[in-house]
Design a protein around this ligand. Structure first.
Ligand SMILES: [Zn+2]
Length: 371
């Protein structure tokens, strides 16, 4: 039995050119499946009618001890990945004649393929059967640094350069490669930049894609202008006064330079931003490591919460597609509740009827409407 699984994994790895890591994830998923088949005393080929139980088992059976627990041990996404591996394995067994094709019908709700299993191997085949055993996955939530975490980072930062890095990423949403790729000529923190040959009003900076010696690379090919608020401008001013103390032969065209480690004055590398945030997270008791992108997520989330529309945010973030920006549009449970409660409050303000009618359960639609 194990050799059949091994064969399948080799087929996946070589035959379908799957990545090593994907194959490994499949192997772990299939090992769980075989464990479960053992535990119910069924051969894998006979287990399909019981797969609903397998789903429950995946959610509840602890990987450490075999006893079931009440808390969920595997998230929906993980359970679905295991189920997908199991389907792939069973389909493969059917395709090489080790499993009756009819068994596959138990895996799908609308299994009508004249050649069972074909849909999954032939990309040109139109009909994709819908997997019967599949959990609804929650939308992926954006992992942003909280205001409290940003405050902790800022308090832990010991110099104006580090504070400028944090504030620029948090208030302008700059990517790691963008902030380390900034040249002094890109920063127009003046009321009117016409003297600098730029027609953009108000303090702003330009994000431009260049080949940089420090490997900093702006992700978007299209240059963009990001407005700066007074917090960023102030942090930049303070940092510039530190830079002014650098010996002139140490000065560089880059905004972010090494102040403490050699070569002093040369451009900071993008991975130094991660190292900096790691250090600051640890120093000031953040419960988790803050990564550079979490500050960008905070910017996006805060900007939307403050009323920006998706098209505006798309420009600010330098996204090529609005679909990338839409991940930030998933409102938090708090905002959903606030939206519902805002309506209830307005209704209640119009009269006492709503509350009392709802309490007795006797309110008709017309009473509610006139309340
Ligand atoms: Zn400008």
């Amino acid at each position: 039995m194990v050799t059949e699984v091994d064969e399948y994994l080799i087929h996946r790895r070589l035959g379908t050119d799957a990545a090593e890591s994907t194959t490994q994830a499949y192997a772990i998923g299939l090992a769980l499946f075989l464990d479960w088949c053992d535990s119910i005393g069924k051969a894998p080929a006979d287990s399909v009618p019981y797969l609903g139980r397998f789903v429950y088992w995946l959610q509840h059976a602890s990987p450490v001890k075999s006893a079931a627990t009440t808390t969920l041990v595997r998230a929906e996404r993980r359970v679905n990945a295991v189920l997908s591996a199991v389907r792939g394995y069973l389909r493969h067994q059917a395709s090489i004649g080790r499993l009756p094709h009819a068994v596959l019908a138990g895996l799908y709700d609308d299994f009508t393929s004249p050649v069972p299993g074909l849909a999954d191997f032939d990309p040109g085949f139109q009909h994709r059967p819908r997997a019967r055993h599949r959990l609804q996955e929650p939308p992926s939530l954006v992992d942003n640094a909280t205001d409290d975490e940003v405050l902790k980072l800022l308090t832990a930062a010991t110099n104006p350069r580090d504070r400028f890095i944090i504030i620029a990423m948090w208030r302008m949403g700059l990517r790691r490669g963008e902030v380390t790729g900034l040249r002094r000529e890109d920063v127009h923190f003046v009321a009117r930049a016409t003297r600098l040959g730029c027609g953009v009003e108000g303090p702003h900076l330009h994000v431009r894609r260049r080949e940089n010696p420090n490997r900093a690379l702006a992700k978007s090919r299209r240059p963009r202008v990001v407005p700066a608020d007074w917090l960023v401008v102030q942090a930049h001013d303070q940092y510039m006064s530190v830079l002014a103390d650098l010996a002139s032969d140490r000065r560089s065209d880059f905004v972010l330079v090494n102040l403490f480690r050699e070569p002093v004055g040369s451009a900071m590398r993008p991975d130094a931003i991660n190292a900096l945030l790691d250090r600051l997270s640890q120093r000031n008791g953040c419960d988790r490591r803050i990564r550079p992108h979490m500050l960008r997520h905070s910017f996006a989330t805060n900007t939307l919460a403050a009323g920006a529309t998706l098209d505006v945010l798309k420009e600010l973030l330098g996204h090529a597609w609005v679909a990338s920006t839409e991940v930030y549009a998933h409102p938090s449970p708090e905002r959903l509740r606030a939206a519902v409660e805002a309506v209830a409050t307005q209704r209640a303000a119009g009269g006492e009827m709503v509350g009392s009618a709802a309490a007795t359960g006797s309110g008709s639609a017309s009473t509610l409407g006139s309340a």
